[in-house]
Write a protein that binds this ligand. Structure first.
Ligand code: SF4
Ligand code: FE
Length: 480
């Protein structure tokens, strides 16, 4: 396995095409807006080296028997699924942000079992190829970006009916040695600090959408791939060299609009090619795993926010007020409910025909549906407890300025147990997590990541066994 430092060097050695705020970057490494994102992924490497976390952070490859980072593992049991959620909670606690590496892990597990199913039915050669790809990622300890979300254009039209056929990623040329693809994937979390990108279709597809039923993996510095980094609220504070004003200056997540402009994919890296009937299954499996993931990562981030809120209350001298205590209880209740869902859908997992384990789909969707709501309520309560200073406090530069600093020290003093600087740090962290750059990961991603709320409601309605429940009521009432 790589160390954190080796991970950074390995990304620095790649020649990706990254644009950020109008400029092409040599590398994401060291860039003030992107480095926090690398630090978050780096934590997945550092913790795997730490004896305290080894058990959760590593696994034994069922393909090679070698010790691997759990982020490259294919789940061999319900315990593996549980350990995954626990690992994600710890990483959320350590980074208070999206640490990005789960998307690839979830995509690898989804493609693995689906490639197996396609081969069984269609006599294709995807499973062998995919196993080779997995072994490559495990042995080199790579970070893989899972790329699912297409721009989707006019939502009322299927891919081949779009005015611009590239609004869903598709095959534009078939050659004897591979295919050429064109399109884009939006909201690509962490792609600029990933080694490989594993592409999947984004929706169920019909017969006419054969060219869109494509799954493959290529290195992120493959010719034709361009990443355009997305803006985040308050992102330019990272350019101001003020750790205090950023709130969480160590860690973050970053997303990119990722263009595939006639990218060549060799046969060995193609894992679905035209099998439209399996696109929906692949989407469902990936979404299921990622909906489980949120019962871990968002809970860990929530732990930090609850802790920051309790500190804010103490720094205000308000920690003994009964309504403050009750709000912290409510935040904890909501947060642990999410964790309960993440653990439950793991415990009730099942073995797929490929041998690896998948989560309980209904419970994973309930998990994610709660995630679309509870972090918003936890964030609301955090802002309630923190008070207005979270958004009206002067800058660190004003605190350091002899003309203004003493006034800030004098008039923003509260509990004598906290220095003004520490007090402001706490407020800024809450600001960062509930409305600043990290709110992308904690809130908007909770809403839309792994599918928007309606996507989960559709799955819940499909999995809810309503007919069975009606039969139960009828049986009790002797209704025929
Ligand atoms: Fe991992 Fe959570 Fe980020 Fe998804 S949102 S990549 S599960 S940390
Ligand atoms: Fe996500």
């Amino acid at each position: 396995m790589m160390t954190g430092q080796e991970y950074l060097e390995s990304i620095r050695n790649m020649k990706m095409h990254i644009f950020c705020m109008g400029e092409e970057l040599e590398t994401a490494v060291g860039h003030p807006i992107l480095q926090p994102s690398l630090n978050s992924v780096r934590m997945t490497y550092d913790l795997a080296q730490d004896p305290e976390y080894r058990e959760l952070m590593t696994a034994s490859s069922h393909l090679t028997g070698r010790t691997i980072n759990r982020f490259t593992n294919l789940h061999q049991s319900c315990q593996d699924l549980i350990n995954k959620v626990k690992m994600q909670r710890i990483l959320g606690q350590k980074t208070a942000s999206c640490f990005q590496r789960c998307v690839g892990m979830d995509a690898m597990n989804a493609v693995y079992s689906t490639a197996y199913d396609i081969d069984k039915k269609c006599g294709t050669d995807y499973f062998r190829r995919f196993k080779n790809f997995v072994i490559h990622c495990q042995d080199k300890d790579l970070t893989v970006d899972g790329a699912m979300t297409d721009p989707k254009g006019d939502r009322s039209l299927s891919p081949h009916l779009q005015q611009d056929p590239d609004l869903y990623l598709r095959v534009v040329e078939r050659r004897s040695d591979g295919v050429v693809v064109r399109g884009a994937k939006v909201h690509q979390t962490g792609i600029c600090n990933s080694h490989e990108v594993l592409v999947m279709p984004t929706i169920s597809l019909g017969e006419d959408d054969k060219d869109y039923a494509i799954s493959f993996a290529v290195p992120t510095d493959t010719e034709g791939i361009t990443m355009i980094i997305g803006r985040q609220s308050c992102d330019t504070r990272k350019l101001e060299c003020s750790c205090l004003d950023v709130g969480n200056c160590k860690f973050g997540g970053v997303e990119a609009l990722t263009i595939f402009n006639d990218v060549f994919v060799p046969n060995e890296r193609i894992f679905m090619n035209g099998e439209t009937q399996y696109a929906g299954l692949l989407v469902e499996r990936f979404a299921g795993y990622h909906r489980q993931s949120y019962g871990g990562c968002k809970v860990g981030v929530g732990d930090v926010l609850i802790g920051a809120s309790a500190l804010a209350a103490e720094s205000n001298g308000a920690e003994k007020a009964s309504h403050i205590k009750d709000k912290l209880i409510e935040m904890t209740h909501l947060n642990e409910t999410l964790y309960a869902c993440g653990i439950a859908c793991s415990c009730e997992g099942y073995q797929t025909p490929s041998g690896i384990y998948d989560i309980n789909t209904l419970l994973a969707n309930v998990c994610k549906q709660n995630v679309t709501r509870f972090p918003y309520e936890i964030a609301r309560l955090a802002q309630d407890i923190a008070g207005g200073l979270m958004v009206t406090a002067p800058s660190e530069k004003d605190l350091s300025n002899p003309a203004t600093g003493p006034f800030i020290e004098k008039y923003l003093a509260a509990s004598s147990s906290f220095s003004i600087r520490d007090r402001l740090k706490i407020f800024r962290l809450i600001e960062n997590m509930t409305m600043g750059a990290s709110a992308v990961g904690y809130l908007t991603e909770s809403m839309h990541g792994a599918g928007s709320p309606q996507a989960q409601r559709i799955m819940i309605s499909r999995q809810g066994s309503l007919e069975k429940k009606k039969t139960m009521a009828k049986a009790l009432l002797d209704i025929q």
